[in-house]
Design a protein around this ligand. Structure first.
Ligand code: ATP
Length: 242
């Protein structure tokens, strides 16, 4: 059984169909890169998986359990954690306090404050600093650490590189690389194709709310992904949604 099964999902903003009949499976331990141009529907899809935006129709199953109408706070307790675009930390609270908030889901697992500091050593000297005083890279690491503290089965990362310098993004991605060995299933929304492909085991490219390419990362060429990204060509090896 797949870790996550998305079935014929449609998500709207008012009359606008931002996600249109999207279906895909995510296997345990997969790192799925969700790529696509601005406005393709990536964030809307991710937020609907997290429960922040309920779909108009279709289904979301986590290891066979139907999450489609489960509110977001209950999804965290069931094992789905979102690191939202813009990070949304509590700026008047310290790094450690923000991390401890992630534990309120009550889920058991191996993630502790110390393990987060092992994964993100740049946070160690900032442990008692208010997150409002941190650099962008430190804030991003704290936001990812807070989500990990809920011991998620599926970690959803929205645009981790947004607003960070290339050097800092390199560091965040180097740290993400370590996470991959922990077996957490990850869905990563990323504008930067190169960075996404450096960590992905699977890639889905969205175009105007639909899936234009769905392929293991090892067999998707950069050319195929670029063509799907711009809607230039239908890939022979990747699945194309109608
Ligand atoms: P980006 O990389 O720019 O964030 P995206 O692929 O994540 O793009 P979405 O943010 O999901 O795309 O947007 C999909 C569509 O939904 C776009 O047409 C966008 O304008 C629209 N949209 C997104 N959020 C809202 C909203 N809150 N209200 C109305 N329309 C929205």
């Amino acid at each position: 059984m797949s870790m996550l099964s998305i079935q014929n999902l449609e998500v709207r903003h008012g009359l606008l169909k931002a996600v249109r009949g999207v279906s895909f499976e995510v296997e345990k331990g997969d790192v799925l890169a969700l790529v696509g141009a601005n406005g393709a529907g990536k964030t809307t899809l991710l937020r609907s998986i997290a429960g922040a935006h309920l779909p108009a129709s279709g289904k979301i199953l986590l290891e066979g359990k139907d999450l489609t109408h489960v509110p977001s706070h209950k999804r965290i307790a069931m094992g789905v954690a979102l690191v939202p675009e813009g990070r949304r930390l509590f700026s008047q609270m310290t790094v450690e306090e923000n991390l401890l908030l992630g534990r309120t889901s009550g889920r058991k697992g191996e993630w502790t404050v110390d393990r987060v500091f092992d994964a993100f050593p740049n946070l160690v000297p900032r442990r008692h600093a208010k997150t409002g005083h941190l650099s962008g890279g430190e804030q991003q690491a704290t936001a990812i650490g807070r989500a990990l503290m809920s011991n998620p089965d599926v970690l959803l990362l929205d645009e981790v590189s947004l607003g960070l310098s290339p050097l800092v993004v390199d560091r965040v991605y180097a740290q993400l690389q370590k996470l991959l060995t922990s077996g957490t299933t990850i869905i990563l929304v990323e504008q930067d194709l190169g960075r996404a492909m450096s960590v992905a085991s699977h890639v889905i490219c969205m175009l105007e709310g639909k899936i234009a390419l769905d392929s293991p990362a090892s067999v998707a060429s950069r050319e195929q992904i670029t063509q799907a990204y711009f809607g230039l060509h239908r890939s022979d090896s990747g699945r194309v949604a109608q």
